[in-house]
Design a protein around this ligand. Sequence first.
Ligand code: GLC
Ligand code: MG
Length: 532
Amino acid sequence: MTQELARTRTDQPVPRTTNWWRDAVIYQVYVRSFADGDGDGIGDLPGARARLPHLAELGVDAVWLTPFYGSPQADGGYDVADYRVVDPLFGNLADAQALVYEAHRLGLRVIVDIVPNHTSDQHAWFRAALAGGEERARYHFRPGRGAEGELPPNDWESVFGGPAWTRTADGDWYLHLFAAEQPDLNWEHPAVHKEFESILRFWLDLGVDGFRIDVAHGMIKADGMPDIGRREQAKMIGAQVLPFFDQDGVHEIHRSWRRLLDSYDGERIGVAEAWAPSAERLALYVRPDELHQAFNFQFLTCAWDASAMRQVIDSSLAATTSVGATTTWVLSNHDVVRHTTRYGGGEQGLRRARAAALLTLALPGSAYVYQGEELGLPEVDLPDSVRQDPAFFRGDGQEGLRDGCRVPLPWSGDSAPYGFGRGGSWLPQPDGWKALSVAAQSGEPGSTLELYRSAITLRKQLTGLGDGEMEWLESPVGTLVFRRSGVVCTLNALADAVELPTPGRLALSSVELTPAADVVRLPAESCAWWTV
Ligand code: GLC
Ligand code: MG
């Protein structure tokens, strides 16, 4: 029976599954803000499952779900108390299983988040550690400095602001690179390795297709935990190697996880959230025996400037190609200001964001789409009274607050919660999101949603996009023009129109465009695809 099926299948154009991650488009679902199934105002797994057809229609290959595990939610679920259960906020294990099943039925793979750098302070291990148990060695406890041990063991700062150490009742301090509710695990301890292998197996056995590895650059700390000697360390993240980030030792962990992933069928993958100081250091995470993808944050943080973008593209491609991997492009996620707003906001921000989407989807490699960017959602300016980001509650961590990119999605209807659920929404949605909803944009020519749908579909149909080579073509300053096999992509990053020789037949454009036979006026801040 199976053989018969296989024989008929070879006559058909089968979807390419080998190395699927090399050019996959993966949609990030921030679970608590995607869709609410039970009406409590918080997105959940049944809600997400019911909305999977939106993703299938968008044409993406996979979905990444942010953490939905047992958690006191001190950091939106990135503080995990129990890695093998679903938090009742989000459903239960049967809901997780049903979601994976339904996604697979729709041809979507499912990637889940794994948080190995730290646990919740409510995790059984940390509670036992505080009570003086042997579990203490699985975290980083140290005596303080100063005559009475009243000063933290070193000068490290939390990413969310304030010292990276908190003192416990017995006088020792413990390390937390994030909130105090997120104690860092000691990855020199064998029990930690063993436990995470078992957790990975648990979810792989349940059927997930891979993991997004949270803080993949953080698990190993430099020997002796040396002082940094500088304040404002959060600003140094991604700019240089720190004694707590991007230490070489993390790669051994990723190697062992790759072996584990490879021991399963179906090409399960790992994607690194690693803030590395250079394209070359980032590429180390995607060496052939390590992870499959690593988010390209240098692209994400790049200014709207053609030559700067070209530089990032070139250095990224050179670095990943040198290790045989592809680049993973990303413009937004749940930790950064939405790119429509980053690019200037308003009509200009949206115009640039739409162009950036076409640029990104034309580049060689894989791409992530953060929920709501396909609707052109802007960052929401929220009052302090509703903020939940732990950074807001920590001393000097007031910059880069992350609630404004996490406002629940508008699906339909004239007023909040815009079809998000039957109840309200955990963060308030702005008035005026009616026109941005999925329902309002569906079938609307020129809408951002239809642009994304066309782009992702075309990317599959035009054989030259996705994995493969690219070649820059000469073009005026402020523009980028490159050729893939059979496709040319033109980006005009300038605030004025620019004339170019018509590169081919227009396939898709981020703005309305009417090319003449020989010359085309590329409108300001626009991107187009041409078949050649
Ligand atoms: C990652 C997550 C972020 C979280 C942090 C700590 O950066 O993306 O949301 O706060 O790790 O787990
Ligand atoms: Mg709910």
